[in-house]
Write a protein that binds this ligand. Structure first.
Ligand code: TRP
Length: 321
């Protein structure tokens, strides 16, 4: 079973990203054959700044490596190193109706917000279909906002298969994880960069402390017993603590004498402890960027073998002699 994940390279990641997507992705390396790439071409639809794109790409690669992406076991590369995807993108464009693209939510949402869409943004789903179909992907883990893109991929693949009367492309399945929504931000809403309620993964101790201390609670005083059930601090603690530790914390909530500041410190310690080993690895890669580039190139060489064989097959079938 082949699992394919595309990730838009972005500089900062938060614990909502980690527990929602990244942790699952890293674990999926034991469940199937993981193909994961940084979607640098897709990023061009919104990033038009050389330094920003370069930095985001390195940051994302480093974060994934630090968090356990295994470049030997999995295939981990940056999209623009395997240019076959652009050839397939063009071929698939001829099996994609304008109407299909016009119905895409992500495109419609962006234009509704006043963003003037370029052709790249409009045809984004076709490139995504090429990513998926080029590697005969079975499973595509995505967030809710990307389900429609995987459905469009199936439509495009079906249309292509039908046109040439052969099952050239496997129809991929989107896999959506519901856990994502349950990681609350510091204000209790879903943790998201755009809500400004994140606890960031790789950040200064000072900044992380500030974020944890900013968690919203009710206003019970030290000498009042507190409820853990709907407390944002407790909900976040669940990500980092075992059953015994949580039982312990429940007792502390019920016993007057401690305030939310104390519970926040407990959470902060737990977060720091949890990510400490990853910080070390991240530090290493930050100081060895050349090695990071080599790791990505190695991943690309593995991906390219599959991509070029698939493209040969496709060219042959459609008559590109
Ligand atoms: N569009 C995806 C996102 O923004 C990223 C992506 C690009 C992707 N190509 C992909 C995801 C292929 C899965 C498969 O999250």
């Amino acid at each position: 079973m082949r699992i394919l994940s595309g990730i838009q390279p972005s500089g900062t990641i938060h614990i909502g990203n980690y527990f929602g997507m990244i942790k699952k992705m890293i674990e999926s390396q034991n469940e199937g054959e993981l193909f994961a790439f940084l979607a640098s071409y897709h990023a061009l639809t919104s990033v038009k700044d050389k330094e920003a794109l370069e930095n985001n790409t390195y940051e994302a690669a480093i974060n994934f490596l630090a968090l356990g992406m295994d470049p030997e076991k999995s295939t981990f590369w940056v999209q623009h190193d395997v240019k076959e995807v652009l050839e397939l993108y063009w071929i698939l464009s001829n099996h994609t109706s304008m109407g299909l693209l016009e119905r895409a939510h992500s495109y419609k949402d962006k234009t509704a917000r006043g963003i003037v869409a370029g052709h790249g943004l409009f045809s984004y789903p076709v490139l995504m279909a090429a990513d998926i179909l080029l590697f005969d992907s079975n499973i595509v883990p995505v967030g809710k906002d990307q389900i429609q893109h995987v459905e469009m991929t199936r439509d495009i693949a079906t249309s292509f298969n039908h046109a040439y009367g052969k099952e050239i492309f496997i129809l991929p399945e989107a896999k959506v994880d519901e856990v994502v929504a349950t990681v609350p931000g510091t204000d209790g809403a879903k943790m998201s960069k755009s809500y400004n309620n994140t606890i960031d993964m790789f950040t200064s101790p000072k900044q992380r402390k500030k974020q944890v201390m900013g968690i919203v609670t009710d206003s019970k005083e030290l000498d009042e017993p507190k409820e853990w059930e709907n407390c944002n601090i407790y909900t976040l603690c669940k990500l980092f603590m075992n059953e015994d530790e949580l039982k312990d914390l429940q007792k502390r909530y019920a016993t007057p004498g401690e305030g939310y500041g104390h519970f926040k410190m407990t959470l902060l310690d737990k977060i720091n402890e949890y990510f400490a080993p990853y910080e070390e690895k991240r530090e290493y890669y930050l100081n060895n960027k050349k090695e990071v580039r080599e790791i990505l190139a190695f991943g690309a060489s593995k991906a390219k073998k599959i991509a070029s064989a698939k493209m040969e097959q496709i060219r042959d079938i459609i008559g590109l002699i």
